[in-house]
Structure formats: C-alpha cells, structure tokens
Design a protein around this ligand. Structure first.
Ligand SMILES: Cc1ncc(COP(=O)(O)O)c(C=O)c1O
Length: 402
C-alpha cells in the first residue's frame, strides 16, 4: 500500500488506526506453498499474531488451519467456521478445566509436559493427541521469543521420549502428531533444519506407530530493518522438502507436514497510523509526540524491537533525529529512539510498519486509551472497518454495567 492510500485512510477513519493489506496476507499464505512444494503441506495460522476477524476469514477461505493457544482462541476459530480438524490447540500450563473444555470440541490437543500427559493417560485412556517436544535449538529475534533449550517452559525434553512412550502405551493413547516450535523470528535457516532433524529422530515407527503429521511450528522471519536481508525461502523450502521426504520414506508413510506461521503471514501486511500532536525540543533531543502509545504497539518497549517509521505527510522533509513517543504516562513510551526521519511537523501522520503481527493482539487499554480502529483493504477496496471503542463504551465495560 502506498503513502497516499495510507494517508487517505488516516483522513477517512481518523488516527490512531491499524491498516491491514489483505492482498499481502493472501500472497504470503500462497508463497509458503510455492516455497515448500510438499503435497501434504498444511499451514496453520498462529492466530495469536493477529486475531482480526476479517483477516481470519480471508485465511479460512484460502484453506488455512489454525494454531490456537487458549480455549477462547479455539472457540473463536470454531465460531469463525474453521473445522475442528483444521485446528490444533497448543496449550502451556493449562488447567484441568481448560483441558476438558477443549477436549470436548474434538480439536487435537498438543501436550507439552509429562505432567499433563500422565493425567490424560489416567483420565482419558484411548485419547488422540499430539505431543510437543522442546527441539533443543535456541533461536529467535529476542531472548523472550526463543522457545527451545533449557531456559524455556515449552515442550517435553527429547531426552524424555522413553518415558513418554511408556506413558502413551500405558494409557493406550493415540499419538497422531509430534510438534516443535523453535522460536519467533528465526535468524538462521540452519535452526529450522536442526529442529526438524531433532524431532524426526524421535519420530520413529517404534516410538509412535500412528503418526499422521509432524508440526514444525512457526518462526519464519520477515525483515523489520531496511538493511535486513530476506531469508531465501526457496532454498530453505527445498531443503525442508528433501529432509521430510527422506524421513517419510524411513517412517514408511507419507505424513502431513505442518507449519504454524504467525509473523510471516501478517507482519508486513500492517501499519499503525498515528498523528503527531506535539514537537518538543529537549536540549539534546527532539521529541515527536503522537496520539498512540506503547499499549497499542508494544514490541519496541517489550523486546527493543525495531519498526520502520515513515512520515507520510512530509516524505521529502529534511532529515532530523527524533525520539518518537506516545501519549502514555511512562518515560519508556517510545516507538523509536534517536531515529532519523524526514522533518516531522505537528499534525503530520506517521506510519509504523510491520504492525500486522503481535501489535493489536498484544495491545491493551493502559491509561484508559482504547485500542485503535482497524481497517482491512483487499483488491483496492475497504472490506472491513472496526471502529475504535469510544471512551464511554470503555468506561461502561470497566464498570461492568454498574
Ligand atoms: C506454538 C507456536 N506456534 C507458532 C507460533 C508463531 O510464531 P511466528 O509468529 O514467529 O511464526 C508461536 C509463537 O511464538 C508459537 O508459540
């Protein structure tokens, strides 16, 4: 989407505003099937990345499945018309009640601890399940998004496979899938291969004779910085296919290969548009104060993440260095620190890029500022607009109608 289109949307719907480009989401989904030409590839969108219903409808119509991580995400995907067999529930630290609620829906549960597996073997002998293993590979775009290795809470250790097999046999459990997820924003192609290999090593006929799929999680990286290279997904996809095909031959059955991308499908499809209302000269710093804030796009503050920012109103302005700050009562409320941008004037509209993944969905109403409106554009048309919650509606919600 170009600057003029974004500016027009900011004018039409007001700021702050999330804009999503449905064509990009669709293209990224289709790309994966081109990159990984394995006939049994299944893509389960990690819905936590962005749960906008219009984006989900678009992916559902493309044939995507869902990776859900809470009972509400499962219920939501079912309500949106994703069939149960296209949903996987990867819980961590789930309660007994949560297990029971999702188990009843028929959605395959992906268990990531020996403790839960033991309980299920006793309470639901004969159950059909998927098991999540810790791939023992550390990678991700920040320490907080690495999900392999000793420091994470996720998955069953590969070392525990003999114990797993013992429990599974004891409970007559049917293990139809094995799963691993290495992290978000994987920096090295090698990590994907090593994690796959580690999972495939334990996925033997002897250990798990009833497998239907292996699920290699998400983590496909997209560039956030202008100088960041795009991963060569064609080369990576070919190698993934080669490894998996060899594995299936060894296993003696053509299994389904699943991936669960979030960021890859939606990150680059989104922008947060925000208006600058205050320029302040603080001796050594120039502060551009906006009408959004970190609860609406928390990645810079939470992970030190970089998001590209452009000045839509003055793209040719003389470059100057700014701290781009929000409207929240916290000093750390910055989208960018000491960033060179075309001169910013009060009432200019800024576009924060790569705002399609883990921005709205990680958002909150801290300082009692409602989340921005959201608009989805596809084929050059606005196909969905969700207005911002009014202050009165927010107050009513907090007061619970009292
Ligand atoms: C189990 C699981 N699958 C998939 C994903 C999606 O990751 P990403 O958005 O990096 O593709 C995540 C997020 O970290 C996850 O925890």
């Amino acid at each position: 989407m170009n600057n003029a289109q974004l500016l027009e949307l900011a004018k039409r719907y007001g700021t702050p505003l999330f804009v999503y480009d449905g064509d990009t989401v669709r293209a990224r989904y289709r790309d994966l099937f081109r990159f990984i030409p394995y006939p049994g590839l299944r893509v389960h969108y990690a819905l936590k990345a962005n749960y906008n219903p219009a984006i989900l409808a678009l992916l559902r119509d493309e044939g995507a499945g869902i990776d859900a991580v809470s009972p509400a995400e499962v219920a939501y995907a079912l309500r949106l018309g994703f069939p149960p067999d296209r949903i996987i529930y990867t819980a961590n630290n789930m309660t007994d009640a949560e297990f029971e609620r999702v188990f009843k829906t028929g959605v395959v549960m992906n268990l990531g601890s020996l403790s839960r597996l033991k309980k299920v073997a006793v309470q639901h002998p004969g159950a059909t399940l998927c098991l999540r293993f810790n791939p023992d590979v550390c990678d991700g775009d920040s320490a907080a998004t690495m999900t392999g290795g000793d420091l994470t809470k996720f998955g069953i250790l590969l070392d525990d496979v003999a114990e797993v097999v013992r429990i599974v046999r004891g409970g007559n459990l049917h293990i139809v899938g094995l799963h691993e997820h290495t992290g978000s924003g994987l920096q090295h192609m090698e990590s994907v291969f090593r994690s796959m290999e580690n999972l495939m090593k334990i996925a033997t006929r002897e250990n798990f004779p009833e497998l239907e799929f292996l699920d290699f999680g998400g983590g496909f990286k997209v560039p956030y910085r202008p100088d960041e290279a795009r991963i060569d997904y064609v080369t990576m996809g070919k190698e993934i296919c080669r490894k998996f095909t060899a594995f299936c031959k060894e296993y003696g059955k053509d299994l389904l290969m699943r991936f669960e991308p979030g960021k890859y499908l939606v990150a680059e499809s989104g922008w947060l548009l925000t208006e600058v209302n205050t320029i302040k000269h603080n001796r050594s710093r120039v502060i551009a104060g906006c009408d959004s804030g970190f609860p609406q796009l928390i990645r810079p503050m939470l992970y030190g993440a970089y998001h590209e920012i452009s000045n839509l109103s003055n793209p040719g302005g003389k470059p100057q260095t700014y701290d781009v700050c929000g409207n929240i009562c916290e000093t750390g409320d910055r989208f960018a620190e000491q960033r060179e941008l075309p001169e910013i004037r009060e009432y200019d509209i800024l576009a924060i890029a790569n705002a399609g993944a883990y921005c709205y969905s990680m958002g909150g109403v801290y300082n009692m500022r409602s989340m921005p409106g959201e608009v989805l554009v596809a084929d050059g048309e606005v196909v969905d607009f969700r207005p911002r919650e009014s202050d009165d509606a927010l107050i009513d919600r907090i007061m619970g109608g009292k």
